[in-house]
Design a protein around this ligand. Structure first.
Ligand code: AGV
Ligand code: CA
Length: 312
């Protein structure tokens, strides 16, 4: 059975690779893609998305740009990555992008996609939740069209991945960028699969992974993975704040192959403000989420490498 999916991403290397991989999944129908300028700049991220759809998509997919703004901006160095992906020769062989850009802003584009769908839709969010929060405020009726939300965000570990002044370091970045949006979504009745740092910490980008993709670079799809992950720092001696993980790619992979991960139900709240803003915390008074807390690392890398292979 094909799953209907709507994707909202924020233009990082792993966001754009996720778009590529999602389009390679046999049993997924992609209803639309929207781009929010959180961990990216909007223009190159929209261009890169359209070019990936042109070059590697099997269906027509429309792209929408977000008008949302966050509370806590991402570091500029990270936001630059979308420019690098957009400039890759493999995405620029045939001139300017063709995939359509919607006249609607992201959240309204998603509302329309949900209302037009005859079946419930899985929402894949691999950046902040701002566009979903806005959509829910504008069109509460969409809730019943949402099968579930699969979100890369949050953590219940002591350490998050935010290192910023005036913050205590307990949050994950997608939650920190717009903590109020996370709270709005928490307050809804949508089912949530949470791909938090518990599981993404198990899939750092390492040199052996890069070498594997390099050995197979004759395949154009695997070369594309290798080129994308050449732009970001791997884990070598020890983890730093810049170390890159396959956060969003793991989140996307759970849609195509749920057996890769283990999940458990937990109850949690989100801190909307203060020194812990964006922190997700276990609490009996909180809402229920399905936490992805473990992944079969080797099976995951095999899966995404096989999925990427184009046979060209
Ligand atoms: O917190 C993880 C989220 C994911 O959606 N993003 C990157 C992924 O796209 C923010 C982020 C955290 N640490 C980063 C990030 C880093 N070292 N480089 C770039 N982005
Ligand atoms: Ca992201």
């Amino acid at each position: 059975m094909t799953k209907k999916v709507y994707m909202n991403h924020d233009g990082g290397v792993d966001d754009l690779v996720s778009l590529y991989l999602l389009m390679q999944m046999e049993d997924v129908e992609l209803l639309g893609v929207s781009v929010i300028p959180a961990d990216c700049y909007l223009e190159p991220a929209v261009y890169a998305s359209r070019k990936i759809i042109d070059r590697f998509g099997k269906q027509d997919v429309e792209v929408a740009a977000s008008t949302s703004r966050g509370k806590n901006p991402f570091p500029k160095d990270w936001r630059m990555h979308a420019f690098f992906v957009d400039a890759l020769p493999i995405l620029n062989e045939f001139g300017s992008p063709k995939a359509n850009v919607s006249d609607l802003p992201a959240h309204q584009h998603m509302i329309e996609a949900l209302r037009n769908s005859s079946e419930p839709v899985t929402l894949l969010f691999i950046g902040p939740l701002t566009d979903l929060a806005r959509a829910l405020e504008e069109a509460p009726d969409i809730e019943e069209k949402i099968e579930k939300l699969v979100w890369m965000g949050g953590t219940f570990l002591e350490e998050g991945n935010v290192e910023e002044p005036e913050h205590d370091g307990t949050a994950e970045w997608n939650a920190f960028w717009d903590p109020e949006a996370a709270k709005t979504v928490w307050d809804s009745n949508i089912k949530i699969d949470l791909v938090a740092l518990e599981s993404t910490n198990m899939v750092p980008l390492t040199v052996d992974v890069r070498e594997r993709w390099a050995r197979e670079r004759k395949d154009i799809g695997i070369d594309f993975l290798g080129q994308c992950y050449a732009m970001v720092p791997p884990l070598v001696h020890f983890q730093t704040n810049s170390t890159y993980f396959l956060w969003d790619v793991l989140t996307t992979a759970t849609i195509g192959k749920p057996e890769l991960v283990k999940t458990k139900e937990v109850k949690s709240i989100v801190h909307p403000d203060g020194a812990s803003q964006g922190k997700t915390e276990l609490s009996e008074d909180g809402r229920s989420v399905e936490l992805v807390y473990e992944v079969e690392r080797d099976a995951f890398f095999d899966y995404i490498t096989d999925l990427a292979r184009q046979g060209e």
